[in-house]
Ligand binder design. Structure first.
Ligand SMILES: CC(C)(COP(=O)(O)OP(=O)(O)OC[C@H]1O[C@@H](n2cnc3c(N)ncnc32)[C@H](O)[C@@H]1OP(=O)(O)O)[C@@H](O)C(=O)NCCC(=O)NCCS
Length: 254
């Protein structure tokens, strides 16, 4: 019989865990994310791992809305940052739903208003399907294709995205700005690759390190934890490869 376990992580054991496909604690992405998580646990963050027959198969990360790193107003709600079923062989077996249900159960136990999540049907984030199946509904949208979904556990005003994306974008002025954080273990490599390409293109970027939830909630994109801007335009709102960045910049500069 398949042995399925959902285990909690904490500051004492996170460095030794495999998560999001990162196994080596010395890897920059693993190290940065572990240190980031250590600071978040004190804010009520949950970072749970799904183990199938002892193998790490997935994860879910959520935090009280007051501390979320997504640009949403969601006080009183738990906000899911990330969910992932790591390997193809484990997808489509109900494991994603199991992780969502485990978060909903926690929120109910903590008497929260409900659970909110930012989704995108493009790449990088989970799409809305798994949440809609678990009883969530869409309550807000953000450009270009982000959705804010919620499952209410009590009657309450719906969470919303932060407003004024264009105004926030304008604050960064001209030139290239990379807004980065350690929330996702892929960001370190992606930023390094983009900086290399900048060097070869003669672009001198400004790098803004997002160090708090408050700062992330004021990033000009609904992802909140990574953003590349150029002359008042969004170049990327999720981590991209150096090659993709080079192609985008070639188009933008001509
Ligand atoms: C979104 C995601 C978590 C869903 O995980 P999953 O385990 O495949 O989800 P589920 O198995 O619960 O649901 C998927 C399908 O399996 C079906 N299913 C099969 N057995 C099931 C069961 N026992 N219980 C519930 N659903 C089941 C569901 O009905 C659903 O069908 P559909 O595709 O027709 O809608 C996964 O696809 C994923 O990791 N995507 C990438 C997300 C990402 O990019 N994260 C990165 C950073 S945050």
């Amino acid at each position: 019989m398949t042995r399925i376990e959902i285990t909690d992580t904490d500051a004492s054991n996170i460095c030794d865990q495999e998560f999001c496909g990162f196994r080596d604690p010395k890897h920059e992405g693993h190290r940065r994310k572990s240190n980031w998580l250590k600071r978040r646990f004190a804010e009520g963050m949950k970072f749970k791992l799904l183990q199938i027959d002892g193998e790490t198969a997935g994860m879910i990360e959520y935090i009280p809305g007051e501390h979320t790193w997504r640009p949403v107003e969601a006080a009183g709600y738990a906000v899911i940052h990330c969910i992932m079923i790591q390997k193809k062989k484990y997808k489509g077996n109900g494991y994603g739903s199991l992780l969502v249900e485990s978060c909903v159960k926690d929120a109910r136990r903590a008497k929260m208003l409900g659970v909110a999540v930012v989704t995108s049907n493009g790449t990088w984030m989970a799409g809305s399907d798994v949440f809609l199946r678990c009883g969530f509904e869409c309550v807000d949208t953000a450009p270009p294709s982000f959705e804010l979904l919620v499952k209410k556990l009590r009657p309450a005003p719906s969470p919303t995205f932060k407003r004024g994306w264009d105004k926030t974008l304008r604050k960064y002025g001209s030139g290239l700005t990379i807004i980065k954080s350690d929330q996702c273990p892929c960001i370190a490599k992606c930023t390094g690759d983009i900086l290399q390409v900048c060097k070869s293109l003669g672009i001198r970027p400004k790098v803004v390190e997002v160090k708090s939830g408050r700062q992330a909630r004021n990033v000009p994109s609904a992802y909140g934890v990574f953003n590349v801007l150029y002359d008042g335009h969004t170049v990327a709102e999720h981590p991209i490869s150096g090659t993709r960045f080079r192609n985008i910049m070639r188009k933008m500069q001509h």
